[in-house]
Design a protein. Structure first.
Length: 99
């Protein structure tokens, strides 16, 4: 049955699911991009923190187990978590990153 759902684009997070809105927020010299995705009817907390380091754009992707009933809640909490990661780690987030 789940094969038919995916084939017909009903539910699931397969290729037939629509793209969710993203939101970007600058914070303390970093850029936080909220990229939640739908998982089992809820929206998963997922984001990317990026910054230019020595002329190279570095990215750190984070996914948490938290799921929300609305995409707006997922975006807000993703941005909150991104700010928290930056506050706790700062420039060390990209320390030792390989080229």
């Amino acid at each position: 049955m789940s094969f038919l759902k995916k084939l017909l684009g009903i539910g699931g997070s397969g290729p037939a699911s629509k793209a969710l809105p993203e939101r970007v927020e600058p914070y303390e010299g970093f850029e936080i991009r909220a990229t939640p995705y739908e998982e089992e009817g809820k929206f998963q907390l997922c984001g990317v923190i990026s910054r230019e380091v020595d002329g190279v754009r570095r990215e750190h992707r984070y996914v948490r187990a938290d799921r929300f009933s609305t995409v707006d809640d997922a975006i807000e909490m993703t941005l909150f978590k991104g700010r928290q990661i930056i506050d706790q780690t700062g420039a060390r987030l990209f320390a030792g990153a390989a080229d």
